[in-house]
Design a protein around this ligand. Structure first.
Ligand code: FES
Length: 357
């Protein structure tokens, strides 16, 4: 077992024998950018400043130039540690780093948005919490566990009394630690601590010919913020939103997106249901797997940026299907939501590549 230290954010994790650096980082919830996970996209480049490593299974890093190799650039997804390591994770110059800190807050509002998704609004006692749309926080539970949730609104600061609201939309899981607390125990006025901001699911500030947003369930939370910004800035770009959920009841932002659709000829909204509820009337929209609906509606993804947030199966399906429809790997940005109890939560894609190029 070797120790891996990251710079400049000063995190540390252990890597087991034969485990890739990326697997070790994800297992211990340490932020390392990555994309394909199999040595093909270059998204997981870091610079090794100390220590020895070796590529797994005789892998040869085809996506690294000679110069990068001689400068100590390593692909985390295909490398294993051969000694303790120190690695430099390049920062994204479009988004200057915001320090992760612990904040104390009070519950200001709890409201069901659907049977299984609750809105939770926290008010920060003091200080100022900065973050980028697409990032998330981790709620610190009394037993030491943490639960990660995407930030659901832009920064809302009350300049009069110097308080700030933080909004989350939380899917309740059966027997979930925080789900049970939220449903049965937490009330308005209770204290809650959280850490943040975290995550690298950020909007690329370069425009493309079209932008496709794909959300599964509460993956809509970060997607909605990125979409609002892109719609505001990219007046001539076609913007698609595909939102996959089980039934009509889960489309808790449906009215909002329908209104945007009416108002903006460049915006296309396609909700996709896996099990339409006939009690709520005939469903005439798309059904089935959301990634299939994407390529049925947008068969040419060349030159597009795609942002996907949701369950791992949905993300994998997008990764498997979209390249055949012209999507370049470096234009796929993802935020994987793992269920509590499974390893890690998210991370993704990354603007780090261009810092090396
Ligand atoms: S090369 Fe490592 S994630 Fe793609």
């Amino acid at each position: 077992m070797f120790q891996v230290k990251t710079k400049p954010n000063e995190q540390q994790f252990s890597a087991k024998e034969g485990e890739s650096i990326l697997e070790a980082a994800i297992r211990q919830k340490v932020m390392v950018p990555y994309g394909c996970g199999k040595g093909e996209c270059g998204a997981c480049k870091v610079i090794v400043s100390q220590g020895e490593y070796e590529y797994l299974h005789g892998y040869k890093p085809k996506v690294l130039s000679q110069e990068e190799c001689s400068e100590g650039v390593m692909l985390c997804c295909m490398a294993k540690a051969m000694s303790d390591l120190e690695v430099i994770i390049p920062e994204n110059s479009d988004y200057p780093k915001i320090e992760i800190e612990t904040y104390q807050s009070q519950v200001k509002k709890i409201k069901p948005l659907t049977d299984s998704v609750y809105q939770l609004i926290l008010e920060i006692d003091s200080g100022q919490f900065d973050y980028y749309p697409g990032q998330y926080i981790e709620i610190l539970l009394p037993d030491g566990h943490k639960r990660a949730y995407s930030l659901a609104s832009l920064i809302k600061r009350n300049e009069e009394n110097l308080t700030q609201e933080v909004e989350l939309h939380i899917r309740l899981h059966e027997n979930g630690l925080f789900s049970n607390l939220l449903k049965h125990e937490i009330s308005v006025g209770d204290p809650l601590s959280f850490e943040g901001p975290k995550g690298g699911f950020l909007l690329n500030q370069d425009f493309s010919s079209k932008t496709v947003f794909v959300a599964g369930g509460t993956g809509i939370v970060p997607i909605k913020l990125l979409l609002d910004i892109r719609l505001d800035k990219a007046k001539n770009e076609d913007i698609y939103l595909f939102w996959g959920v089980k039934d009509q009841q889960e489309l808790f932002h449906n009215d909002y997106f329908n209104k945007l659709y009416q108002e903006n000829s460049k915006f296309h909204y396609i909700p996709v249901l896996t099990e339409p509820d006939l009690r709520m009337g005939n469903w005439r929209g798309a059904t089935g797997i959301v990634s299939n609906s994407v390529v049925e509606e947008v068969p040419d993804l060349a030159g597009s940026q795609v942002y996907a947030a949701g369950p791992q199966a949905m993300i994998q399906s997008c990764q498997n299907i979209f390249p055949a429809f012209g999507l370049a790997e470096e234009n796929f940005y993802m935020d994987i939501f793992l269920q509590p109890g499974k390893d890690s939560r998210r991370k993704k894609k990354n603007f780090f590549q261009k810092l090396f190029s």
